[in-house]
Ligand binder design. Sequence first.
Ligand code: NDP
Length: 250
Amino acid sequence: MGVLTGRTALVTGASRGIGRGIAERLGRDGARVAVHYGRNETAAKDTVTAIERAGGSAFALGVELGVPGDAEALWAEFDRHADGLDILVNNAAIGNTRPIGQLEEREYDEVFAVNVKAPFFILKHGMTRLRDNGRVVNISSGLARSAAMPDNMAYAMTKGALDVFSRDLSKVLGHRGITVNSVAPGIIDTDNTAELLRGTPDGWAKAAAISALGGVGEPAEVADVVAFLVSDGGRWVTGSWVDVTGGSLT
Ligand code: NDP
């Protein structure tokens, strides 16, 4: 019996990386986990299998985000498997490393559509499905509060917008006991950071040097913080921005 037994969680972008780490952790804690993915069905099924092998329960749902009607499509698919939910983790996002002078309007629209518009409308259409005393966690980034990588400006702007969403939504949903928080990772070893970490011989060392702890994070390090926020122990934490950068902003 885990601390989340009896709860249902939806983690977007749970086929790989940080989302997978969060999904596996919530599954170990007893939640039934909806493992959302975009295109990578095989990876999503791997996440489901990993959760089940650890004694948990999960199902996969594939819906592309960042396109018109994405949120409604996500919930329609979710409703086929579950009747309401307790935990929503908006994790799916895309990166963008393009100096402002080279960024195309189409790319700007895409990064905002996936990283900001999709979570907003997932909540708009999901609030009625979210049970009282539920939890919302939006995965932000340390770059929302750091100018260390200005070529990632458009991406960082999406996370800044997401943080405002977390803050204000906490007031909208607070009367129902629902908490809403942003969790901001620093550099974490995922597909997303493969080029940064392994594209050059000193990539890993340079990334590690940014954090006060002198390392590169793993998905589990973010998942552990999310697990606390969605547990009963996190009930009085809302509207906050939780720094999980290993001290990269100090
Ligand atoms: P990955 O690129 O490893 O995984 C992204 C996940 O999101 C995948 O499951 C992918 O699905 C899904 N996804 C991406 N785009 C879409 C889309 N258009 N529609 C549906 N699903 C989509 O990312 P990370 O694990 O590295 O990042 C996870 C979160 O953490 C993001 O919000 C990111 O901004 C944030 N973050 C990451 C950091 C890092 O260093 N890695 C640092 C700070 C923040 P599929 O597998 O099907 O493609």
